[in-house]
Design a protein around this ligand. Structure first.
Ligand SMILES: Nc1ncnc2c1ncn2[C@@H]1O[C@H](COP(=O)(O)OP(=O)(O)OP(=O)(O)O)[C@@H](O)[C@H]1O
Ligand SMILES: [Mg+2]
Length: 267
């Protein structure tokens, strides 16, 4: 099982879009995928046509303090996402009530490890768990990083993009030092307007800075991704030929290509 956080404290860089569309592509390639919506904005939940306010069980129940009567196991809150023929995509949903999670966790011992424990104890054999983080470096993002062996950091090729990323890398480094497993960090360029010279320049700068920590796949700016999310479906099921669907499919192939690497480093 590969557990991957999609995180960046900067808002609007396509964390949620990446979670949904990478998840749908991996599922279409036959992988069993769980998406965890770790954001009270519940955009991953909404983006899969699930009405957050109608839910009685959410990821909040999983992160409840241990003695709470509302506490549930991860498998008890998981919903199957119906897309096409495959039944490979699952969601641990969120809603606005989840905004109280940070507050509830604040005085709990081991509060940074709640999600990690829940994922490890889950009995369903997922190939991938993708965790959509909120745009902050608070206790929820730290929970996600501690549960993960990999992080995808989406980044828009804006002029000041590299400045914001330092703060994130410092947090990841602190978490990494506390872990007894490696945390692999990969940068993903998103919402890239490849016709703009400035974007091209910034992409070159990001490449120089991150080297092989950068995904080869670049997610182009594509309005179909916005339309698909407003329809509550991944782009692959909205228009499989749009740039957004093609780019996220390529990203899934790249992510899958590391499966072999993982195996070879383990031998
Ligand atoms: N490649 C793209 N091309 C065009 N628009 C995009 C692309 N990717 C994402 N968007 C749009 O940009 C906006 C922000 O994306 P998204 O919600 O995925 O970001 P986020 O990082 O999850 O935001 P937040 O920090 O609020 O959680 C959304 O309206 C989304 O539809
Ligand atoms: Mg989001």
């Amino acid at each position: 099982m590969r557990i991957i956080s999609i995180a960046n404290q900067k808002g609007g860089v396509a964390k949620t879009t990446t979670t949904i569309n990478l998840g749908a592509s991996l599922a279409a390639m036959g992988r069993k995928v769980l998406l965890i919506d770790l954001d009270p904005q519940a955009h991953t939940t909404l983006g899969l046509s699930i009405e957050p306010d109608s839910l009685t069980k959410t990821i909040l129940n999983v992160l409840e303090p241990h003695r709470s009567k509302n506490k549930l196991k991860l498998e008890e809150v998981i919903i199957e996402v119906k897309l096409g023929e495959e039944d490979n995509l699952f969601l641990a949903p969120s809603n606005i009530d989840f905004a109280s999670a940070e507050y509830k966790l604040i005085d709990q011992i081991g509060r940074e490890d709640y999600l990690s424990a829940a994922v490890r104890e889950c009995k369903i054999p997922f190939d991938y768990v993708l965790i959509d983080c909120p745009p902050s470096l608070g206790i929820l993002t730290v929970n996600a990083l501690k549960a993960s062996s990999e992080v995808i950091v989406p980044m828009q090729p804006h002029y000041f993009a590299l400045r914001g990323i330092e703060e994130f890398m410092e947090t990841a480094e602190i978490v990494r030092k506390n872990l007894n497993h490696p945390l692999k960090i990969n940068i993903l360029i998103t919402i890239a307007d490849l016709r703009s010279n400035l974007a091209q320049e910034v992409i070159e700068e990001i490449k120089r800075y991150f080297g092989d920590q950068l995904f080869k796949t670049v997610i182009r700016k594509n309005i179909a991704l916005v339309e698909a999310s407003s329809q509550g479906v991944p782009a692959l099921y909205y228009n499989p030929n749009c740039h957004g669907a093609i780019d996220y499919y390529k990203l899934a192939e790249e992510v899958i290509s590391f499966e072999k690497e993982e195996i070879s480093t383990r031998i």
